[in-house]
Design a protein around this ligand. Structure first.
Ligand code: UD1
Ligand code: CA
Length: 456
């Protein structure tokens, strides 16, 4: 079977009140249209066509790294049927065409696969749902035998048809040959003066093509987004689904209503995630990892039994096992922590390799640096990595002890076993096992008289 998928995405999305085209608004950190494209790819689609209109250039640009998409511009939005007409010349003669919507992002591949299995030379698949309040939707009109006859849009419907609660989701799977026959016959002689895609249902019936309806597994799969309230509703549904999947896999979420993942998150056993954490991009957590409350974690790998305490921000970082991080730590891109490393509160790292068992416990900046094993960095240590023009490296050997409130002026090399006295500004390399000390010797002036206040 050859599969052509058409995604309609030309609408303006007026009610979003945004300069961004509607289909580029996000659900779970990914644009709605990208969700649909991903689903299309999961279906092993052969040819993917996206109909753009309002903000079309912005949409095309957003997908510029995906050369497999055929973008088709619909200059004027004359209706859903007109939108699909624009694609006809690009559809493969012997294929099945599946029609999806850029503003219906949560449709599941399994539901669509099921719908596709309904299509034959004598049948098409139509995805419908039953709604308590069907207002605004096209109604599925059936005869006394329950056989689908046609779809009537809200604005064209008779009082009798308006009572029908089974509605059209818009998603249709059909033989492309049939589509090529029916679409050119559409007329816009209706209440909205539009070319309705839904009119092909009556044409199918006239051609003895059976209309097989199917409902999605979950009603939310076919919810479309027209405003930011619906967008937020879909965001919650998405997060709820994902958190249930994670809990089924053995992850503890202390409150699944306060969990957000905008990307991929894979977890080992016995992972515990406290409230208000946000995971972005691609994250991997090993067995027994604990994430405290209010953490932002982006593109990180965290190995077994590491604990991330509250309010830590971690990005593009690779963390070993049994590490302790935070609270209030900030690990910036290029940070690598080896096993048993410790990064404490108000510590910022960037492009830094922290060796096994090394500790940076308080109030420090470690950037463009390499630390060996069992290094101890005292509170308030700064790697002065930037001279105003260029960045320089600080290399620190195993077992180095850096006293508190020290400036390490890069480029700099501290040999293994070296000690730096507290309060030093070190700008020359220190040999192995040497003590470096730059602070001035303490003076003591006996019986010092403090100044007294002068009365004016
Ligand atoms: C359509 C269906 C209706 C169904 C409903 C489900 C028709 C005639 N009606 O109605 O039966 O219950 O969807 O939500 O199909 N679009 C284009 N180009 C156009 C017109 C629309 O790309 O010229 C896109 C829109 O961006 C949108 C989608 O098609 O994503 C649906 O269009 P919309 O105008 O919202 O159709 P409805 O009136 O809601
Ligand atoms: Ca709509």
């Amino acid at each position: 079977m050859i599969l052509d998928i058409v995604i309609l995405a030309a609408g303006k999305g007026t009610r979003m009140k945004s300069k961004l085209p509607k289909v580029l608004h996000n659900v779970a950190g990914t644009s709605m249209l990208a969700h649909v494209v991903n689903t299309a790819n999961r279906l092993a689609c052969d040819n993917l066509h996206i109909v753009t209109g309002h903000g079309g250039e912005t949409v095309v640009k957003e997908f510029s790294n995906n050369s497999t998409i055929n973008f088709i511009s619909q200059e004027q939005q004359l209706g859903t049927g007109h939108a699909v007409q624009q694609c006809l010349e690009y559809l493969t003669e012997e294929s099945i065409t599946l029609i999806l919507y850029g503003d219906v992002p949560l449709i599941k591949a399994a539901t669509l696969q099921n719908l596709l299995s309904r299509v034959s030379n004598d049948s098409l698949g139509l995805l419908t749902v039953v709604m308590e309040d069907p207002t605004g939707y096209g109604r599925i009109v059936r005869n006394e035998q329950g056989i689908v006859q046609n779809i009537t849009e809200q604005k064209d419907a008779s009082v009798k048809d308006l009572a029908i609660k089974e509605v059209n989701t818009g998603i249709i799977a059909v033989k492309t040959q049939a589509l090529k026959k029916w679409l050119p016959q559409l007329s816009n002689d209706n209440a909205q003066g539009e070319y309705y895609l839904t009119d092909i249902i009556a044409m199918a019936v006239a051609d003895n093509i059976e209309v097989i309806t199917q409902q999605p597994d979950q009603a939310w799969e076919v919810i479309g987004v027209n405003n930011r309230i619906q967008q937020a509703q879909l965001e919650r549904i998405y997060q709820q689904q994902l958190s249930e999947e994670l809990m089924e896999q053995g992850v503890s979420l202390l409150d699944p209503d306060r969990f957000d993942c905008r990307g991929e998150l894979s977890c080992g056993n016995d992972v515990v995630i406290d409230i208000n954490c946000v995971f972005e991009g691609n994250n991997r957590l090993g067995n027994g990892v604990l994430i405290g409350p209010n953490c932002l974690i982006k593109n990180a790998t965290i190995a077994d039994n590491t604990v991330v305490h509250a309010n830590s921000v971690i990005e593009d970082t690779n963390i070993g096992s049994d590490c302790l991080i935070g609270p209030f730590a900030r690990l910036r891109p290029g940070t690598v922590l080896k096993n048993n490393a410790k990064i404490g509160n108000f510590v910022e790292t960037k492009k830094a390799m922290i060796g096994q068992g090394s500790k940076v416990n308080h109030l420090s900046y470690i950037g463009d640096a390499q630390l060996g094993e069992d290094v101890n960095i005292g509170a308030g240590t700064i790697t002065c990595n930037y001279d105003g023009v260029n960045k320089h490296q600080t290399v620190i050997g195993d077992n180095v002890f850096v006293g508190s409130n020290t400036s390490l002026v890069a480029p700099l090399n501290l040999g293994s076993g070296a000690t730096v006295g507290a309060g030093s500004t070190v700008n020359k390399n220190v040999d192995e096992d040497a003590l470096a000390l730059t602070r001035s010797p303490q003076k003591a002036i006996k019986n010092w008289t403090r100044p007294t206040k002068i009365n004016k």
